[in-house]
Write a protein that binds this ligand. Sequence first.
Ligand code: DGL
Length: 286
Amino acid sequence: MPGFLEMKFPLPLPQQMNSQPIGIFDSGIGGLTVAKAISTSLPNETLIYFGDTAHMPYGDKSNDSIRYYSEQITNYLYQNEHCKCIVIACNTASAAAYEYLRDAFKNVIPVINVIDPIIEEVIAEDDIRRVGIIATKTTINSGIYQEKLQRRKSTLDFTALATPLLAPMIEEGFYNDKISHEIIYSYLKQPELQNIDALILGCTHYPLIKAEIMDYYHHKIKVIDSTTIVANKVKKILEIEGLLNDKREKADKFYVSDYTDSFEKTTAVFFGSKIHLELKNIWQSK
Ligand code: DGL
C-alpha cells in the first residue's frame, strides 16, 4: 500500500464537494461523542464514521502503528467514501498522525484534529491559570498538549496525567456506576490533578464520564471536552472553504473494523440515539 505522498488523488469535482460527507474516525466508538456534536451543529451534513475497534485502544500503541492505521482509514474515507473533509475524532491519533495527514492532504481536503480547538479554548480563558490534562498514555507521552499550551501561553501552568484505564472502561460500557466511580476517583486523587482551575479531557471517550468528573471537583473547576468545541471548528472550516451543504441527501453511515454486541449497545449512548453499526474491514480488502 503506497503512502499518501506517492498516491494520485482523484479529486471530486468542485461543484460536487458540498454534498459529499464529512469523514470522522476514532480508535473505537468514543469519537461518536464528537460525531454527535457535529451532527447537531450541522444537521444538513452527512457523516461517515469509522471506529477502528479492531485496533482499539490506540492509547497504548506506538506512534508508527497509530499513524499507519490513521493513514489507511483516511485513505478509505477519501478514496472510497469521497469525504470532503476528515475529522480525527481521537486525541491519540491527532497526536500521532495529524501533521502527517494534514500535509498529505494539503490543497486536497481539510483535515481537522481535536487538540488544537481545545488549546484555543483554554488560552482564550483568562481565569484559567493552572490546567490539568488527562488522556491516554500515548497522548500524554507525546507531550503535545503541554508543548502547545506552553508555546501559545507561557504564563499558563499545566500538569498532565495518563489515565489508561478510562477509555477501555468506557468502551466496555462502564460509566456512571460503582466500577467507573472507583477508577475515576483514584485517578483524580493523584497530586497532579489538585489545585487546578480547569481540566482538559484529552480523550474523546471522556465526555461520557464528564458528569462524574465534575462531581469529584464539586463543579468548581472548568471541565473541557472536545465535543462542541470541535463541532464549531468543523463548521467554521467548512464555511471558510465554502464546503457547507444546504440540504441533506444521504443517511449517515457508521463503520467499525470489528463488531461486537457490546459496541452496538454502547454506541446508542455515545451518539445519543440508536444507530446501526456496519462491519467494514478495510484491511482485508487491500
Ligand atoms: N478516543 C481516543 C482518544 O481520544 C482514545 C482511545 C484509545 O486509547 O484508543 O485519545
